[in-house]
Structure formats: C-alpha cells, structure tokens
Design a protein around this ligand. Structure first.
Ligand code: NAP
Length: 416
C-alpha cells in the first residue's frame, strides 16, 4: 500500500479526555469558536481550528495540547471525539511534518489574544508564567481516571444562618497519601453517581483555601470554600449537583479528589514581595490561603505588603475575612465593598479600588507587587476599568503597564 502523500496529511488538534477536567477555559478563550463539548468530552472542530494556540497556555492540565496527524479527508469526527475515553494511538502519519487544516493569518487574531499567547509561551520552558519566586507546583498527580480518596474532617458554615448564601468551609484529609498543593492551586472533586444521561459525574474544580502546610499546620489536609448553588445564572431555582454534595458532606465521609491543578496563579515567595488581592464571594478562597501563608511566617519579618479588596453582599456573607479583620493593620490592609446592605448604596470592589487610587497606583508600579483577581467574571471588566482610570488620572498609561505586568507574571486572573 502506498503511504499517503504529505500534503494530504493535516495536523488535527484534539483534547485528551483522560486528563481534561472540563473547566471550559479552552472553549471560552478560543477566538474562532473551534471548541465545543457535550456532557462527556470537550472536542475540537477540525475544519475550524487554525492552530493559533490561544487555548494552550491557559489550560490547567495540558489536556488541550494533544495532536494527531490525520488524512485531511478523514479526520476524527466530532461524533468520534465525543465517544472517547482515551486518545487514539499515534500512527505512522505522526512522523511527518503536517500543516493545520485551516490556514491562519496572524493579524486576524484579536490583539489581546496574540499578546497573551506570545507572552505566556515565551521563556520559562513552557506556558507557565508564575511569579519568578513561586514554589514548584505539582500537577495532575491524581487524574480523573485515578482519583485519590480523601476523608472529610470538617464542614463548617461560614455565612450567618439568615444570610442569603450558604457558604461552607470543608476540610479534607489525605492521610498517608501525598497531596502537595500551593496557595492558588485548585483540586477537583468527583461527585458520586451518574448524570441524567447515565454517565459518571464530571469533576468540579475548587480553589484551595488553606496554605501549603495544611489547614492545620503540618497536617496532610486542605480546605475548600464552597457555596451551595440553589439557582442558575438567570435566578431560576436549581440544585447544583456538586456544590450540594460537598456542602452536605459529613465528618468521616470519603471523597474522590483529583489534581492538583494550576501552574501560574501562585504566590511570590521572595522577601519584600507584596500582594494585591481582589476578590468577590467565594473567590476569597485563594486569598485566604495566601494570607494565611504570610500570617504563619509573620515572625520572620520578611516584609512586603498585603492589600485586599473584597466584595460581598453584606458583612454576614463574608467568607473568612470577617475574623481576619482582627489581624494587625500593618500586616494586611483590608478594604470591603458591600453591595446589599439595606439603606446603603451598592458598592463593588472597583469602587473601593478607585477610592484607594494612590495605594493602587503605587502597587501597580512596584515591580515587587503581584496582583491576583478571583471571583465573578463581571468584576474583571470593572477592575480593569478602575486600573485604567487610576493610571490616566495620575499620568500613567495602563496600556503600557498591563503588558509589563503580564510579562513579569505580576497579574493573575481567575474569574468564572
Ligand atoms: P456573590 O456572593 O454572588 O457576589 C459577591 C459580590 O460580588 C456581591 O457583592 C456582588 O454584588 C458582587 N458583584 C456582582 N457583580 C459584580 C461586578 N460586575 N463587579 C463587581 N462586583 C460584582 O459571589 P459568589 O456567588 O460567591 O461568586 C463568586 C465567584 O467566584 C463564582 O463565580 C465562583 O465560581 C468563583 N470562584 C469560586 C471559587 C471557589 O473555590 N469556591 C474559586 C474561584 C472562583 P451583587 O449584590 O450585585 O450581586
């Protein structure tokens, strides 16, 4: 049999179903809408993907970075990809240099995607752009096909009994099995049972809320911050499968855990490094982890500032930073924005950021300050606008500063 001629072969972009955690990041970021999903798998449309790689750096597991050479006329169809539990084996076709099925003109890419892709893939041996002094993260030690079993050792409600949201602090213990995590990383939880189509439940990701040495220092445990989902984005009543499962866990229950995930949203470790944290609601989880890490090392006098902007509906709905207000002002500078306090105007984090313009500008311009945003997607635009306004009002240029922040891994965003 004759081997197919080279130009008949094309590079097909695939997603490894064994390690994909179905976080939707790739689908959201793809500038040409080449990625889609069903209840089981995330897949790539062969006739749309142009190999721009915008989706590769943000993927927390690397599942997106999967490729096979195929005969251009007979690529793996979407229907085939939706059925896969594992990627197909490589074949002799993979030994040749093959082009993408769709030609890409670089200047067709949105400027922002081009910028992020080129920065995120430059240097550092790969896509990870963590602060230079971040510790080495372990990734994917336990994939969905081989989860680790953790034991619930605590489940505490964080919000007041009459608060509109039911947020829980969950403590998971890993016993004698190593599960190293850093502040800013996430883990996956696989709810038991099957979905409405009879398929096993997919994992859900949660940020770790405890520092690297454990929720309780030197215990092999960690904590999560989970809000019980009782309505969908349109406010219609619904029951979130995973959040209700997690919020109802009892001490002693066993939980299937995957991960850890996340190689860039990591805190700096060098003495003198400062951190600006901006969060809403349960987006406070990584901020609590970083703050607690610094608090446990207070007596080392390593310097550096912590400034927190935290948006919540009301003081009763604050996960964590209510109690942390007792921390010394010279350790952490806490700025709350409450949006639903009766008789008071709605305030969002971006409003408080504007009120602290001098401090914010100083931190944006401090090369030892690292900025972290976590929480509701909608906040991101508001915060970026506030940064732009603060720069403009003070003779600085946000459009010049932002790429510098990205290139130096000083700007980290995790919004949903
Ligand atoms: P929430 O209670 O609904 O909202 C928190 C605060 O943000 C409220 O004051 C809210 O004001 C305000 N807000 C709403 N829209 C805003 C906007 N455009 N700009 C600024 N502030 C705005 O928040 P939540 O339900 O806890 O949601 C937190 C988010 O964090 C979720 O998307 C979650 O997926 C994500 N997250 C969770 C974790 C975790 O580990 N659990 C980790 C990372 C991220 P209103 O009164 O107007 O609603």
């Amino acid at each position: 049999m004759n081997a197919p001629v080279e130009h008949a072969i094309a590079k097909q972009h695939l997603i490894d179903p064994e390690i994909c955690i179905r976080c939707n990041t790739c689908e959201e970021i793809c500038p040409v809408d080449a990625i889609t999903h069903d209840n089981l798998n995330y897949v790539v449309k062969f006739d749309v993907c142009n190999g721009c790689l915008a989706c590769v750096p943000p993927c927390p597991t690397g599942a997106i970075d999967s490729w096979r050479n195929v005969e251009r006329a007979t690529p793996y169809s979407l229907e085939e990809q939706f059925q896969w539990d594992v990627l197909p084996d490589t074949t002799e076709l993979d030994n040749v240099e093959a082009p993408f099925a769709v030609e890409r003109a670089d200047d067709e890419l949105p400027a922002e995607v081009q910028e992020i892709t080129s920065i995120a893939t430059a240097g550092q041996g790969g896509p990870a752009l963590a602060p230079w002094s971040a510790s080495h993260p372990y990734l994917n030690l336990y994939p969905p096909t081989r989860p680790i079993t953790a034991t619930v050792t605590g489940n505490y409600r964080l919000t007041a009994d009459d608060a509109s949201s039911d947020i829980h602090h969950i403590v998971l213990d890993f016993g004698a099995t190593p599960f190293p995590v850093l502040e800013g990383q996430s883990i996956g939880i696989i709810p038991p049972g099957t979905d409405e189509k009879g398929k096993p439940q997919l994992l859900r990701m949660y940020s770790v809320a405890s520092p690297r040495d454990g929720e309780r220092p030197h215990y092999n445990n960690l904590s999560l911050t989970v809000k019980r989902v009782t309505e969908d984005h349109e406010g219609r009543p619904t029951r979130g499968v995973a959040s209700n499962y997690v919020c109802d866990l009892q001490k002693g229950d066993k939980v299937q855990v995957t991960g850890p995930y996340g190689s860039t949203y990591l805190m700096p470790n060098h003495p003198g490094s400062s951190i600006m944290m901006i969060c809403t609601g349960t987006g406070s989880a990584p901020m609590r982890a970083m703050t607690e890490r610094r608090r446990r090392r207070l007596e080392r006098n390593e310097g550096g500032e912590l400034v927190l902007f935290f948006g919540a509906r009301s003081p009763d709905e604050l996960p964590y930073f209510g109690p942390l207000q007792k921390l010394p002002k010279d350790f952490i500078d806490i700025n709350f924005a409450f949006s639903r306090v009766p008789g008071e105007p709605k305030r969002y984090v971006q409003d408080v950021i504007r009120e602290r313009a001098d401090k914010v500008l100083q931190m944006l311009q401090d090369e030892n300050c690292y900025i972290y945003i976590c929480g509701l997607k909608g906040m991101e635009t508001g915060v970026l606008e506030a940064f732009r306004d603060i720069c403009r009002a003070n003779g600085a240029d946000w459009d010049q500063l932002r790429p510098e922040l990205l290139a130096n891994a000083r700007f980290h965003v995790e919004t949903y």
